[in-house]
Design a protein around this ligand. Structure first.
Ligand code: TXA
Ligand code: MG
Length: 333
């Protein structure tokens, strides 16, 4: 996949799902209609494709993404369903409901798509074009709304084209989306919690599982959606056990090292364990490796992870945002 793709716009027809699946399998980006809004899809199991997706959207930070699957059987391969989740899925899938659930240990979704969290957001959309694409693809598809960060969610293929032309490989035009409002998001972790109001009314959810707590603090996201604002119990960002020392140019004895680029850090031979986000200095590769490398380094037992500077351009901005959050002192710890 080239850095600046030519965007092809095709009408949804008997052949479009197979074409979209081929583009996704090759690591490409495909916009497609769901019943809520158009999604921008990438193979959720391919960290590099997911990194390109954040880049195409121009996301200032790596918000976790929803994994779209064709049916509940495929959802069970990603996440663990408790009682409330089972009932909600039976009542509303396929449909405009996203469930945030504990990630299975063998969940194939890339760490970057879940932003390093132990939870995963899953949704079975109710739209013939989306379902055909997901069935043809045979893998979970990570798909945020198909707009540039800070813009409105798109409800037509023309909106997507206006926002993302030259940034994605393919747009499948299935006409205007019927609902036009994003899915409702419910976390089923300890107690069900409403993370985002959306196309499925709260009253309908409460008929099935009783009252749901709204997430303690919700703040408007840059793209107009509601996102949970650091609700501790939901773990809204990845928190390593080790302390992070940012912009490190040398390594102290016993520290782990998260390197970036071809230049060696001073004293890197002293590192308890050293991993490079991208030895060739490629920010897409670095983004794809970010959370999995942090996890591995955190597991090596070192008290501190020294992190070499990452340039603040392109995806580097989002990488630095996440590193800063991971380095911040823990609340309540
Ligand atoms: O209707 C929709 O949901 C559309 C269509 C394309 O499916 N998708 C969509 O995705 O609205 P997006 O990325 O714009 O919004 C997803 C929201 C974000 O606010 C994100 O923070 C939240 O879901 N989210 C995803 N994974 C999460 C997790 N593990 N824990 C908490 N929130 C999560
Ligand atoms: Mg959005």
């Amino acid at each position: 996949m080239t850095a600046e793709p030519t965007t092809q716009l095709i009408k949804a027809d008997g052949a479009s799902a197979a074409q979209a699946a081929r583009v996704l399998a090759a690591g490409g980006l495909v916009a497609f209609p769901t019943e809520t809004v158009y999604g921008l899809g990438a193979d959720a199991t391919n960290g590099t494709a997911v990194a390109r997706l954040y880049q195409a959207k121009g996301r200032p930070a790596f918000n976790p993404l929803i994994a779209h699957v064709p049916d509940i059987a495929a959802a069970r391969a990603l996440a663990r369903f408790g009682r409330a989740a089972e009932r909600l899925a039976a009542a509303f899938w396929p449909g405009p409901l996203t469930l945030v659930l504990p990630k299975r240990a063998d969940c194939p979704v890339a760490e970057l798509a879940t932003a390093g969290l132990d939870t995963v957001a899953v949704r079975v959309p109710n739209h013939p074009v989306a379902r055909a694409l997901l069935m043809a693809c045979g893998r979970p598809v990570a798909a945020p709304s198909a707009n540039r960060s800070g813009h409105l969610s798109p409800t037509t293929a023309q909106h997507v084209l206006a926002d993302l032309r030259g940034r994605i490989e393919l747009i499948v035009d299935g006409g205007p989306t019927p609902v036009g409002l994003e899915s409702t998001i419910v976390a089923c972790l300890d107690r069900p919690a409403l993370l985002r109001l959306g196309a499925l009314p709260r009253a309908e959810i409460e008929q099935v599982i009783g009252s749901v707590q709204p997430a303690a603090a919700a703040a408007p996201a840059t793209d107009g959606a509601e996102v949970p604002l650091a609700p501790g119990q939901l773990g809204s960002h990845y928190a390593p056990r080790a302390r992070l020392r940012l912009n490190a140019r040398r390594v102290a004895a016993g520290e782990a090292l998260l390197a970036f680029g071809p230049a060696a850090a001073e004293g890197c031979e002293r590192a308890a364990l050293a991993l490079n986000l991208s030895a060739r200095g490629d920010l897409i590769e670095a983004a794809a490796n970010l959370f999995s490398h942090l996890r591995t380094l955190d597991g090596c037992g070192a008290a501190t992870i020294a992190v070499m500077p990452v340039p603040h351009t392109g995806l580097g901005e989002a990488i630095n945002d996440r590193l800063r959050r991971a380095a911040a002192p823990r609340q309540g710890m």
